[in-house]
Design a protein around this ligand. Structure first.
Ligand SMILES: [Zn+2]
Length: 358
């Protein structure tokens, strides 16, 4: 008798129901609300996002909107402020028009209220556009919160094209970090017998490799390259949702970035920090396992004019070395090239000189 499949033998993952990337999704918010049979939405936005896109969206869905809130910081306090303001309203959906902070508050709020979240990014500086993770700052320290992924992602290239170029460059840094993140994941599979999912790994790493293969010609102002970047960042979020962990998109390069945040060093964005972290970790993978090319990672960052030196991040060599050593104290259970090869201060200093970071 053939064995019957039962759902517990399959992996169930929550993924966005609607994803649109192109020139026009911003006009489809009303259609999405109708399709999902939602009629009591609140909108979250930021000051510049409201001017760039929020106001028009607000007008388009005015009869579906209860209220619009302006988000200023990514913290639980902000979530509570909005929750308190809507306590007696029958909110059935949240529309987020903005950058990282707005989308992070939207994801947490929607998860707490168990309502759909519609993500309309106005900047694409990291993979939070579609991921089930919110990055908050509490007491000056970074904090990651697991959420449900957005129900719909409407990524409009017309809006994103006019976002500050620094944020797009940061988004590229966060996308290529998937290359070392997946190398670390494979190491953990081989050395620590960690569960590994090839589909999630491929989804995370393929768009990054595609962009890297065009390193010499990369230009984020070019529509096809911008689209490739946005699609890659959304796919990163999907990969995270599939495994229910940031593993496919966060390895040693992220530990380094989080270490800088914990230590309070520099003034860079998340994507700028992980971009430089990716050069360093790719160097280690190449040296110890003969995989990858740190020079190619660096070249691609240079081509899009993203920072590749500590100086551009307002960091001294001592601070970078300290953060690299501190990085092993972040997420200790996540096995990466740092735990595997255990570089000391002298080796880090040598890498930083050889890669031209400082
Ligand atoms: Zn990231």
């Amino acid at each position: 008798m053939p064995r019957r499949y039962r759902s517990e033998y399959l992996k169930l993952a929550e993924l966005p129901f609607i994803v649109e990337i192109g020139e026009g999704p911003r006009k489809k918010v009303r259609e999405v609300l109708e399709k999902l049979e939602l009629s009591n939405a609140i909108m979250l936005t930021g000051k510049s996002s409201y001017e760039a896109a929020g106001q028009k969206i607000q007008e388009r869905i005015s009869d579906y909107l209860i209220n619009t809130f302006f988000v200023t910081k990514a913290s639980m306090e902000e979530v509570r402020t909005v929750e308190f303001s809507i306590s007696y309203e029958d909110v059935d959906s949240i529309v987020g028009v903005g950058g990282g902070k707005v989308l992070d508050i939207g994801k947490v709020l929607a998860s707490e209220l168990s309502v759909p979240f519609i993500s309309i990014p106005t900047v694409a500086s990291h993979d939070g556009i579609a991921s089930p993770v919110a990055s908050f700052k509490e007491g000056g320290k970074p904090l990651s919160i697991s959420t449900r992924p957005p129900t719909a992602v409407l990524a409009d290239l017309v809006i994103l094209r006019y976002s500050p170029i620094r944020f797009l460059r940061s988004g590229y840094g966060d996308l290529i970090s998937n290359i070392t993140a997946v190398r670390d994941w494979k190491l953990a599979r081989d050395k620590m017998d960690e569960e590994y999912n090839d589909i999630a790994a491929s989804i995370a790493v393929m768009p990054a490799n595609l962009m890297l293969s065009q390193a010499e010609n990369l230009d984020l102002k070019q529509p096809s390259h911008l689209e490739m970047l946005i699609r890659g960042l959304i796919l990163s979020g999907v990969a995270i949702s599939i495994v229910g962990s940031s593993r496919p998109a966060s390895g040693a390069e992220h530990k380094f970035s989080h270490a800088l945040d914990y230590l309070g060093y520099g003034d860079a964005t998340h994507g700028e920090q992980v971009g430089i972290g990716t050069i360093i970790m790719e160097y280690l993978h190449e040296k110890h396992y003969g995989e990858g090319s740190w020079e190619r990672i660096k070249l691609s960052l240079e081509k899009i004019q993203a920072p590749t030196t500590a100086k551009e991040l307002s960091l001294t060599k001592e601070q970078v070395v300290e953060a690299l050593i501190y990085a092993k104290r972040i997420r200790k259970k996540r096995y990466t090239i740092l735990e595997d090869t255990n570089p000391d201060k002298d080796e880090f200093e040598l890498i930083l000189t050889k890669t031209g970071i400082c």
